[in-house]
Design a protein around this ligand. Structure first.
Ligand code: FUB
Length: 337
């Protein structure tokens, strides 16, 4: 087939389309809105969605690694959308320095709404009084912050989970409120832990239980659909794989017993980490992840320069999640039937 010559006007409009950029840089390439990665103006990681009314807020860590640095993360950002395609940037919601007892590393986070306020749980590096990673809790009256340290000290420190021999065992909080109004927090690296939160949201209410599912690496995410509880997480079969995948377990109650259900995704493009976040929004379920497939201003994707993505999440009749294939089209196209 012989290609038709493109008119000068058509060529100009294509060029304009390629250059047109909105506030998020979403239009900076010809990729249709909703295609992956969904955030293109900054490197972002560890997506944590929160639905409030007609908007979905997406909390992310800001990846600022230069060259071969591992993770350089100082602040958390929030974006929001009403249609899963066009994203509004609301700016940083908190800096790691706002937790006075922390010294660095604005790692993975999640926010939830309770008692009309927004509670933000995040992993950071504690100062030398409690060496290792720790989890802090901050609060705001708005989903877009600013968030203030709600406790003035860490909610969880490395010393509270003595099983792990590594300093980054206490990372990646996920928070979930059950139908009875009780909120729970799960977290961990290599070991996965679960504890009840007091109604004040800034103290644990009872013992820490270990619920580590097979191949658990990090990034747990709790959610519920119907009567079934889901624990979705970044998994690593060290005997076989180099990079994380996403796996999940289900249970009839938040306290378990948890049954391993296998892998949900493959590894993320060019990234060791993957980090799931799940939400139901306007009648559809979504799985947020990150990869390292984005380049910005000559800086390529890397371990510490990641980019958040989203895919449709679908379930079988028995409640099991259908395997998710990571795509470039993302949610720019209708979900598969
Ligand atoms: O972003 C820093 C760390 O990398 C997170 O805490 C992990 O889940 C992994 O994504």
């Amino acid at each position: 087939m012989i290609a038709k010559p493109v008119s000068a006007l058509a060529a100009l409009s294509l060029f304009a389309l390629a250059l047109a950029a909105d506030a998020n840089g979403q239009g900076s390439s010809v990729a249709p809105a909703g295609s992956n990665p969904i955030i293109r103006d900054r490197f972002t990681a560890d997506p944590a969605p929160l639905v409030v009314g007609g908007r979905l807020y997406l909390y992310v860590g800001h990846d600022e690694a230069r060259g071969n640095e591992m993770f350089t993360m100082r602040e958390w950002l929030v974006y929001s959308t009403a249609d899963m395609r066009r994203w509004t940037y609301h700016g940083p919601i908190m800096n790691v320095a706002d937790f006075k007892w922390a010294k660095k590393d604005a790692w993975a986070s999640q926010a939830i709404r309770k008692h009309g306020r927004y509670w933000f749980y995040a992993a950071v590096e504690h100062d030398d009084t409690h060496p290792g990673k720790a989890i802090g809790v901050a609060v705001s009256d708005r989903p877009t912050g600013p968030f203030l340290d709600a406790k003035g000290s860490a909610l969880i420190t490395n010393q509270m989970t003595p099983k792990g021999t590594h300093s980054w065992e206490d990372i990646d909080p996920t928070v979930f409120t059950d139908a009875d109004g009780v909120s729970w927090i799960a977290w961990g690296n290599r070991q996965c832990y679960l504890a009840r939160l007091k109604p004040n949201m800034i103290e644990l209410d009872g013992p820490i239980a270990e619920i580590t599912p097979p191949y658990f690496e990090e990034g747990p995410w709790l959610h519920k659909r119907g009567k079934l509880y889901y624990l979705t997480y970044a998994s690593l079969d060290r005997s076989r794989d180099r990079d994380e995948k996403v796996s999940y377990a289900t249970a009839p109650s938040i306290r378990g017993p948890w049954t391993y259900r296998g892998e949900l995704t493959g590894s993320a493009r060019s990234s060791f980490t993957i980090h799931p976040g799940i939400a139901r929004f306007k009648g559809r379920w979504y799985l947020f992840l990150h990869n390292a497939a984005l380049s910005i201003g000559g800086q390529g994707g890397a371990l510490g320069r990641r980019a958040v993505t989203v895919e449709y999440l679908r379930y079988n009749r028995d409640g099991m999640m259908k395997p998710v294939v990571q795509t470039e089209a993302g949610v720019s196209v209708p979900p598969p039937r």
